[in-house]
Design a protein around this ligand. Structure first.
Ligand code: TNX
Length: 523
């Protein structure tokens, strides 16, 4: 406590001691409400002047929570990436060359009514970012990043200056869950490739990365108590490539990287179907009665665990324990989709048993909509991909629903008939179809209170590296970011397509291989 008071005092004295030297700059008129922000904030009130970001800016962060300081350093790093400026964070006092401050402040204001809410006050010599939590501050600095112009203005002062339009932004997310899923089982993706995807998702305020870690074609997560899962099951992928897997260290590295970006990782162990790679590694698991061989094709629905064997549940207890121990987030996803060769009663028995195992290890269960056939708990979450009636059944007994309708959100669907990658079983999904739907009315009778949020899955049958991943994910994933964050009143395709066109400098700087859809007048 004493040290906390000391920190607050030193920060305050610091600010007073180095009161910014007022400097009048005649900025051309700006309009904050015209900024190409994605997702669009709740409210933007322009004051038509600017804050001059320059090397005489300093970032100060609330000393109350060290996570705010991390957010400050993240912002400094991104300012450097965009402008080349070296901005100090909470540097020693007495530097009278500092003229302007960006203050990232923890606030308990009642106006900040969700953990991710934030407010930005941009004025001539200060930017104040208020947030209740570091997650809120992190969302707020993404907005700030988007407000920094690409090029400096070198004529207003005798040093380079990046004018940030002044005014106030009041913002909060529409849904608490805004996810992207990546299938690393059909094709393996490396830690670095996933980190790049996380960076892009963070910029657009996603807060969940769901990793589809296991399927018929590969098992991608090291389980120390069952090493053959990766020694045998990790060596295959679609098309016959060498596959791969994450060691537990790799996986923890990914989780930490996501956590720094306030993104929760949700691991998925898909079962009882989609389990050929697991059964190939440990044949006692197999319940389809057929001879096992490695699978590198793209069919689904032929494999199953044996739902009537105690040893299968003993195995799953180990797997779910190890996965839960490595995962700080609240959820474990158990798949449950397309178990076409599991008898219905066996399937139900299986889901109910596995739910108990997940809960025993302190996690909440998520499953694809099929699991609602079983008698699941209200705390179990259903991910809707193709069967609204199952989502409705689960909602009626209290479960929350994640909306991932294949026809709208499947990033692995082709954009159009000339798309290079992707599938088309759920239809083509051009950029406007991906954007133009309302999650709250998609399933008419699903109560709003039961909607946890939305998620865009990217299945990897047709893609195997970052460039191919990005071709399918961008720009559609940017649209889902806005669907998940912005209110329905603030969403409008004509306005959105103009803001999307202005993402090009960022996408280019990040070397993103986005699909240049003809529906957008790219800048
Ligand atoms: C259906 S969606 C699947 C996946 C495939 C995908 C291809 C779901 C829960 N299962 O196994 O990869 O289609 O689009």
């Amino acid at each position: 406590m004493a040290s906390r008071i000391f920190l607050v005092l030193t920060a305050l004295i610091g600010v007073i001691a180095c009161q910014p030297q007022k400097e009048e700059i005649n900025f051309p008129k700006t309009d904050l409400s015209k900024a190409a922000l994605i997702p669009k904030p709740v409210e933007t009130i322009p004051t038509h002047s600017a804050f001059g970001l320059a090397n005489n800016t300093m970032i100060l962060t609330s000393p109350i929570d060290p996570k705010f300081e991390q957010v400050g350093h993240f912002l400094a790093e991104k300012i450097k990436f965009k402008t080349g400026l070296n901005i100090d964070v909470n540097a020693a006092d007495g530097d009278n060359t500092i003229k302007r401050y960006i203050f990232i402040n923890q606030s308990d204001s009642l106006e900040l009514n969700t953990p991710e809410s934030y407010q930005l006050h941009i004025e001539g010599d200060s930017i104040l970012l208020n947030a209740k939590t570091a997650a809120g501050a992190f969302r707020g600095i993404q907005t700030l990043r988007q407000l920094i112009p690409e090029k400096s203005n070198d004529t207003l002062t005798d040093y380079a200056l990046w004018p940030i339009p002044s005014g106030k932004i009041i913002d909060a997310p529409r849904f608490e869950y805004r996810g992207a899923m990546l299938d690393v089982a059909r094709h393996f993706f490396t830690v670095d490739e996933i980190k790049k995807y996380i960076d892009l998702l963070a910029y657009y305020k996603y807060n969940v990365l769901h990793l589809h870690l296991t399927d018929d074609q590969g098992w991608r997560i090291e389980i120390k108590s069952w090493p053959k899962l990766t020694e045998i099951g990790g060596k295959t992928e679609v098309g016959g490539g060498e596959g791969g897997f994450f060691t537990q260290e790799d996986y923890k590295e990914l989780i930490a990287y996501a956590a720094e970006r306030h993104i929760t990782v949700i691991p998925e162990i898909d079962m009882p179907g989609h389990t050929n790679a697991a059964s190939l590694s440990y044949p006692f698991l197999n319940g389809n009665g057929k001879k096992l061989k490695p699978y590198t094709g793209t069919r689904v629905g032929f494999s199953t665990f044996d739902a009537r064997k105690d040893t299968v549940y003993a195995f799953l207890d180990d797997v779910i324990r190890e996965v839960s121990e490595m995962t700080p987030g609240p959820y474990v996803h158990i798949g449950g989709d397309e178990s076409h060769v599991t008898k219905k009663l066996d399937y139900i028995h299986f889901v109910e048993k596995v739910e108990k195992i997940v809960e025993k290890h302190g996690k909440l269960m998520i499953g694809w909509n099929e699991i609602a056939q079983a008698d699941i708990n209200a705390s179990t979450v259903i991910q809707l991909w193709n069967e609204p009636h199952n989502a409705l059944k689960a909602a009626s007994s209290g479960s929350k629903i994640i909306l991932s309708p294949a026809k709208k959100t499947y990033l692995d669907m082709k954009y159009d008939s000339i798309s290079e990658y992707g599938l088309d079983w759920a239809g083509l999904i051009p950029v406007d179809i991906a954007y133009n739907w309302n999650p709250e009315t998609y399933v008419e009778t699903l109560p709003k209170e039961n909607i946890l949020g939305i998620e865009a899955p990217l299945w990897s049958e047709t893609i195997s590296n970052s460039a191919e991943l990005e071709y399918l994910a961008f720009p559609r994933a940017i649209g889902y970011a806005e669907l998940g964050w912005s209110s329905e009143e603030n969403r409008n395709w004509e306005d959105y397509r103009k803001r999307l066109a202005q993402q090009v400098p960022y996408l280019k700087h990040m070397e993103v291989n986005y699909y240049p859809s003809k529906l957008i007048d790219w800048e």
